[in-house]
Design a binder for this molecule. Sequence first.
Ligand code: WT7
Length: 631
Amino acid sequence: MQINTFEEYQETYQKSINQPEEFWAGIASNFLWKKKWDNVLSWDFASPSIKWFEGAKLNITENCLDRHLAEKGDTPAIVWEPNDPEKESITLTYRVLHEQVCRFANVLKKNGVQKGDRVCIYMPMVPELAVAVLACARIGAVHSVVFGGFSAKSIADRINDAACKVVVTADGAFRGNKQIQLKEVIDDALIGCPTIEKVIVLTHTRTPVSMLKGRDCWWEDEIKLVDSNCPAEEMNAEDMLFILYTSGSTGKPKGVVHTCGGYMVYAGYTFSNVFNYQPGEVYFCTADIGWITGHSYIVYGPLSQGATTLMFEGIPTYPNASRFWDIVEKHQVNILYTAPTAIRSLMGFGTAPVQGKDLSSLRVLGSVGEPINEEAWHWFDEEIGKKNCPIVDTWWQTETGGIMISPIAFVTPTKPSFATLPLPGIQPILVDEQGKEIEGNGVNGNLCIKFPWPGMLRTTYGDHERCRLTYFSTYQNLYFTGDGCLRDEDGYYRITGRVDDVINVSGHRIGTAEVENAINMHAGVIESAVVGYPHDVKGQGIFAFVIYPGLSKDEDLTRKDILQTVTRIIGAIAKPDKILFVSGLPKTRSGKIMRRILRKVAEGDTSNLGDISTLLDPAVVQEIIDKSKQL
Ligand code: WT7
């Protein structure tokens, strides 16, 4: 499955375009199927209706666990590094992980979970999180993992949208020197979640928790009551594997749906190729399993390939800025996959935290989540890779299931800040606002994909029309990514950022409408508008313009109150970095907010605001500019 030379890449790419079905059938034959497919692909982007490997039967956990037992039973599957470096790390071999997954799968069954039921998982980055995810897949339950940084209300919305039956959580989580009371947040969420029947709670921080009779039970007690034999449920290739919520340009997060067969093939194939994973190597992805990166490249991709995947509970700066490098040294990490925001934040500490650390085990470096600026790219290359490790800048999305445009390590010549070339099977196209293809090189446009790939989303949970409208209706017969993109003279792709109303804060997607709705719920706020602006560490920061008529002298107190409201409604990750109180917003005669102007103000570039003659009240712009200078 692995591509080894650039010529081989070019040939493979051509074949994947000319004969996509043959190509993907060939890749899929490297996986374990209970029954082979009748048809490789049927598709139609208008509906949309996308089906890969129809008629095939499989269970992804047999690919991630059972099939490795004979030869790799004693090989580490998961190495866990705790938040506290003084605590012991834990290694789960493939045999042990298999047993734990089977056991917990039986716990889920015992608590009423059946094939097709939805299970919400809200857990810290501990091995049991991976176990819970795989246990769902084992019995054909659909997991919906919610990142630990979301508020009770956000969790409740997600649970209700998917009508989840069970929640798996923990008493609490450690993050740096902080503790997060996960069970308490779940208790708050569940006040408004009538579909939840059972809550399974893992002991982790040993913080006191309230346990509701008949509803709540302890993970540790439950696993003692079941046996360790759990046959894998036979799934159709197009059965749902998981739902993962992500933000878009409208208010409500969407439940992106991935299915068993295509997702498995795509996550496994891209993992093996992009990182050039070799047997026995230790692979460390610093993401959280609450995001798609963790799903595809901590759990499913690596385990499907029999890799050793390192899970880290903590944060890059705890107990100090050497932590990543200590982990690399301690576990002899060979492949490190992280985010530009982490690199930029560590860069800020200079080279001292890297000095004296043995990073010689490193062979491949990866970046994901947002555009990587040249300065961060070079720092990563020089200080961490010692100019000896290829950097794979991987562009993809929750919706794409796996990496789409990226160098293949040791194969594709890299170029700082470029995601470079499409992987085999991926057909990118740049279009103008009218949807006309922009051909040739040295051009900019909106990035679309014109042919299906196995890992793509199939629908948005409970609302197929929304999936169609969001991704398949902007341009006919194309999947629209929402990203702007440059194709340079060499045909290399550089992602320039979102062209819709989505902000990318530290690699996390946040919808401006979502933040506005949250701010508007604060008493006293009449209206608000939120835009992104360049931020040295986070990539983008959140800038909020807020109309709040009865403002007292202590503006800062009101600011803090608003932040508290946003934290309650969405979670701390959506807190605006800057709040500017204004008496009006720049609107067109038809009532549309001119975000272009607000973005300029937020960037601090008010010299050329362009044409503002269509504004209802041009005077409001001057007020905003003047006030922004005092912020
Ligand atoms: C958006 C998707 C996919 C994993 C994590 C984020 C941006 C992602 C890159 C990259 C430039 C990137 C895009 C994309 N993005 N990777 N290598 N270079 N931009 O997943 O939350 O679904 O966000 O992240 O804007 O659309 P996500």
